[in-house]
Design a protein around this ligand. Structure first.
Ligand code: ADP
Length: 393
């Protein structure tokens, strides 16, 4: 069965066409600058990259071009081969605790949460409507970043602020990257042959979040009301004292939006190093003796280590720690820097075993109290599998 996994942004649309149950990627691609000058799209198929520079005034046009290109490039013979479309939806509020079949009523319910994810949800929904038009009668499924975290207890998800903020405004921890944490938990549970694992899942890419999972249920996660919270990230600050916001506003004569922009886009690895948000550039700078780059890496590693230690306590002892996403899968240096800061948990890195990128592998010694695994994530596959499951129901 061929399923499309879609991630629609405000001016972009990523797709992966997956054959299930074989889990084989048939084709993938990206539509860029939708609604902006200079729009283009690329499609990867059988090792070749096809580039098209064409006007994409809106998401509907992009989706129609995708359908045409799939046929023109002979990736599929007819649109009927596409049996389902799964969509990444960032925010499902408190309402959506698992993936759902989408129709106009459900989309209206999702739109209630646009205010909580103004950059993402409206674009996600726009993508769904474009596919509903292009492929009428084909099942459309919504897979939420927040859903996996819906099992958190109020002790974890509430902020110690006036309770009415939660009741009247929905101010609480929601958590994000749920699809990735769920995929990693599934992979490691299958690998170790257990469904009762206590896992500390570290998704560390450009965005980063740490999640404590017990027997498939999220106990706590580091991101919060928005994806700004938790550990330090590429350009995001992670947890800070909220009082610095009005202070900086006054001192630098900035608006609240401007300071929030600084915390989201000018902070983290970029803000401290002044070099880059990309850890590859940070590592190059460290090798050239750049002290701020080293400071940025040390801070990043320490914040992740702090959450791991906290979640080890929360889980009353974890069975396994996992690393995933851009840094977790590929940064040998960052993995080592984090591991060096959790030795009190009895974790022992095997330096030789850590010397690789992008594989599913254990990186600790046999006598490590908690094994640490690198588990490559695959959110597109998770979205496609959810879609197949709801179609087969
Ligand atoms: P996103 O959160 O945007 O999905 P990714 O999970 O793709 O991000 O992570 C991107 C980050 O992964 C890059 O910014 C880079 O810092 C890091 N990364 C990717 N490859 C390597 C590598 N070989 N060595 C070190 N860091 C890497």
């Amino acid at each position: 069965m061929k399923i499309l996994a879609i991630n629609a942004g405000s001016s972009s649309l990523k797709f992966t066409l997956i054959e299930l149950p074989q889990k084989e990627v048939i084709a993938s691609g990206l539509f860029e600058k939708i609604g902006i000058a200079g729009s283009m799209y690329t499609i990867k198929y059988k090792g070749e990259k096809h580039v098209f520079e064409e006007d994409l005034p809106d998401h509907s046009v992009a989706v129609n071009k995708l359908m045409q290109a799939l046929i023109d490039l002979k990736i599929i013979a007819s649109l009927e081969e596409i049996e389902g479309v799964g969509h990444r939806i960032v925010h499902g509020g408190q309402e959506f605790s698992k993936s759902v079949i989408l129709d106009e009523d459900v989309l209206k319910r999702i739109e209630k949460y646009n205010e909580l994810a103004p950059l993402h949800n409206p674009a996600n929904v726009m993508g769904v409507r474009a596919f509903m038009k292009a492929l009428p009668g084909v099942i459309q499924v919504g897979v939420f970043d927040t859903a996996f975290h819906s099992t958190m207890d109020s002790v974890q998800f509430l902020y110690p602020v006036p309770y009415a903020w939660y009741e009247d405004l929905g101010v609480r921890k929601y958590g994000f990257h749920g699809t990735s944490h769920r995929f990693v938990n599934k992979e490691i549970s299958e690998k170790l042959g257990r469904n009762d694992l206590k896992v500390i899942s570290c998704h560390i890419g450009n965005g980063a979040s740490i999640t404590a999972i017990d027997s498939g249920k999220v106990i706590d996660t580091s991101m919060g009301f928005t994806p700004l919270a938790g550990v330090m990230m590429g350009t995001r600050s992670g947890d800070i004292d909220a009082s610095l916001i009005p202070y900086v506003m006054k001192k630098l004569n900035k608006t609240c939006d401007e300071v929030m922009d600084d915390l989201n886009k000018q902070s983290g690895l970029l803000g401290i190093s002044g070099v880059s948000s990309d850890s590859r550039d940070i590592e190059d700078a460290i090798n050239l003796g750049n002290e701020k780059a080293l400071l940025a890496q040390n801070m990043y590693a320490q914040k992740v280590a702090n959450y791991i230690a906290m979640y080890n306590n929360l889980l009353n002892g974890a069975d396994v720690i996992t690393f995933t996403a851009g840094l977790g899968e590929n940064s040998i240096m960052m993995r080592e820097a984090i591991m060096a800061r959790i030795t009190s948990l009895g974790v022992k890195l095997d330096k030789e075993e850590n010397n690789f990128r992008g594989e599913f592998k254990c990186i600790t010694t046999k006598d490590s109290k908690i094994p640490v695994w690198v588990v490559p994530t695959n959110e597109e596959l998770m979205i496609a599998m959810d879609t197949m499951e709801l179609k087969n129901k």
